[in-house]
Design a protein around this ligand. Structure first.
Ligand code: SAM
Length: 194
């Protein structure tokens, strides 16, 4: 039997599948080319909702086209705004939020996610998560800002109160190419109020 360990994105999706069902409400915090937004739209089905964010108009155009081509447009709301402003746009409790950090694939590598705004947005997502809900972040430490994001997110997640959240990470220990790292945070179900 041959197998590999699979990517951070693979494991993020596997976890999100556990947390989100038909009719779910989710955030795609980094829309990019819309692959994750489309995947989330499929996951939540026709009665679900996906709120997706990006600061680059090109990301919105590509995502809008992808959703239209796949007949998924009615399941998503796309915002040309930084994810750090999430709470201006999303008020309902959410089942999950997904971050795929870094820059827009296929574009100039000048616009990338930034540590300070990523942390603000991750915090905003935790506040919106319903009990049992999930936050995933795929972090790319192979470039300078990605390495900064990873160390800040590691410290942030490790300091979350263990009575309220479970935080974990998945990373390769011996690769020189600095592959992406997954950080996942689950908001616990309230123990006194199941
Ligand atoms: N999920 C995407 C997909 O499926 O194609 C890939 C996302 S790409 C790796 C990261 C995206 O984050 C880029 O498109 C970039 O413009 C966006 N970004 C950077 N800063 C942001 C911010 N403050 N808020 C929201 N998106 C941001």
């Amino acid at each position: 039997m041959n197998f590999d360990f699979k990517s951070a994105r693979h494991w993020a999706q596997a976890l999100i599948r556990e947390a989100v069902g038909e009719g779910g409400v989710v955030v795609d915090a980094t829309m990019g080319n819309g692959y994750d937004t489309a995947w989330l739209c499929e996951l939540v089905g026709p009665s679900g909702r996906v709120y997706a964010f990006d600061i680059q108009p090109a990301a919105l155009e590509r995502t809008r086209a992808r959703l239209a081509a796949q007949g998924l447009s009615s399941r998503a709301e796309l915002f040309c705004a930084g994810h750090e402003r999430l709470r201006e746009f999303v008020h309902a409790p959410i089942d999950a939020a997904l971050f795929n950090l870094g820059w827009l694939p296929g574009a100039e590598k000048v616009v990338t996610t930034r540590t300070e705004t990523t942390l603000l947005a991750a915090e905003a997502c935790l506040a919106l998560l319903r009990p049992g809900g999930l936050l995933t972040l795929c972090v790319y430490p192979g470039h300078a800002e990605g390495a900064r994001e990873l160390s800040a997110l590691d410290a942030w997640a490790a300091a979350l109160p263990s009575q309220e959240f479970d935080a974990m990470t998945q990373r390769f220990l011996n690769q020189t190419a600095a592959p992406p790292v997954l950080i996942a945070v689950k908001k616990q179900l309230r123990r006194n109020n199941p």
